[in-house]
Design a protein around this ligand. Structure first.
Ligand SMILES: *Cc1c(COP(=O)(O)O)cnc(C)c1O
Length: 384
């Protein structure tokens, strides 16, 4: 086992060692770790639905009705009407023709992209894309070009230099998971149209979060109708408070993935509890857009509080607020000090972010109180 220890020593020496923090108790935004009560400011349960009694009951009822697991892949005997109901619900929510579920957002990405493009094709991937997108692109064997983050003129140049006959897939995120900024979707779609490319947009953090009704990037940018050259991906595990991933687009896309996506074909159908919880969350979001409004109020308030203590924080609808401290050791220390004072904010260090950009990454949720947000800002001003 010498080789594992050697690698670990290197990780330690770089100040990049990670270990799991165990949550011993949990109730909404309040958690207990090492017996210490904390307010959680690094959850992706943006709308607080993971703790909603209606959502929890829907999950529990689904286990009673369908069993604890799907017990087979969808193409064998694990395809339940519950799955179809959720797929149709998600497609309707996103304004697409069809949807397809995967067992996680990670699997949706590594399942969909290699089913769409292969070694004869070209991928144009934003520099800040999530690890699951990077892995998906690699797995596809397509030629990968990485464009500087949201740099449209660089993307334009790459596309115009690309092989005309190759299929081209542009890969971006609705809200970038580490910087919390939005992809310029209308302009990306325009470029794609100009060069006959497809756009693959990961909406893990924008679903349930942006747009008046929480529908995501298309609603936020006021894009009418579902663009023909768009594939949308999302996860059930963030604002939708379940677990799993999904793809939305034309019917033919769904059929293609059912036939070609290895992560779909060779993995058990989504767990009934996860599917039913997400379906209930979706229903709640559609009936109670005020939940999205509350989240957006909190985001604006948090930005104001953090600016108030002199931090450089922009405006915008994203719940992800990075405080870049650059040095990994300093970031770790700040996180530990926050912990001591009752706030759980994880330090994000390489390889999750580029070296020299270590940060505290705060996520704001609808279930936080204004008081909690205010106190976080006060405490930050003491520990930074
Ligand atoms: C969280 C996340 C995923 C993965 O989703 P899971 O359902 O957690 O597997 C994919 N893409 C992005 C951008 C994410 O932030």
């Amino acid at each position: 086992m010498g080789w594992t220890e050697k690698q670990l020593r290197r990780i330690h020496a770089q100040g990049l060692f990670r270990s799991l923090k165990t949550i011993e108790q949990k109730s909404g935004t309040r958690i207990v770790i090492f017996g210490k009560r904390l307010v959680n400011f690094c959850s992706n349960d943006y709308l607080g639905l993971a703790n909603d009694p209606r959502v929890k009951k829907a999950g529990a009822d689904a286990i009673q009705k369908w069993g604890a697991g799907a017990a087979a892949s969808r193409l064998v005997s694990g395809n339940f009407s519950l799955h179809l109901e959720l797929e149709q619900g998600l497609a309707g929510f996103k304004g697409a023709q069809a949807g397809l579920l995967f067992s996680s957002g990670y699997l949706a990405n590594i399942g969909a992209i290699p089913a769409l493009v292969d070694q004869d094709d070209q991928i144009f991937s934003d520099q800040m894309n999530h690890a699951s997108l990077i892995d998906a692109c690699r797995l596809s064997k397509a030629k990968i070009k990485i464009f500087p983050h949201s740099d449209l003129s660089a993307l334009n140049k790459m596309l115009s230099g690309a092989n005309r006959r190759a299929r081209k897939l542009i890969v971006a995120e609705g809200i970038y998971s580490m910087d919390g900024d939005l992809a310029p979707l209308p302009e990306i779609l325009e470029l794609a149209e100009k060069f006959g490319a497809m756009v693959y947009l990961d909406e893990a953090h924008s679903t349930g979060v942006i747009g008046k009704k929480g529908k995501g990037a298309l609603e936020y940018f006021g894009i009418k109708g579902f663009p023909q050259n768009l594939v949308l991906m999302g996860t059930l595990s963030k604002a939708l408070a379940g677990q799993g991933g999904f793809i939305c687009g034309p019917k033919s896309l769904r059929e293609l993935l059912i036939n070609r996506s290895r992560a779909f074909i060779f993995s058990t159908g989504l767990n009934p509890a996860a599917a039913a919880s997400a379906l209930k969350s979706l229903e709640i979001i559609e009936q109670e857009p005020e939940l999205v409004a509350r989240l957006q109020d909190h985001i604006a308030f948090a930005r104001k509080c953090l600016k108030g203590i002199g931090l450089k924080i922009g405006s915008g609808p994203s719940p992800i607020l990075p405080i870049v401290l650059r040095d990994p050791a300093r970031t770790l220390k700040a996180s530990q000090n926050l912990f001591r004072k009752g706030f759980f904010v994880q330090p994000i260090r390489p390889p999750s972010v580029p070296s020299g950009t270590s940060r505290l990454r705060i996520t704001v949720c609808a279930a936080h109180s204004r008081k909690e947000i205010e106190r976080l800002a006060e405490t930050l001003s003491e520990v930074l």
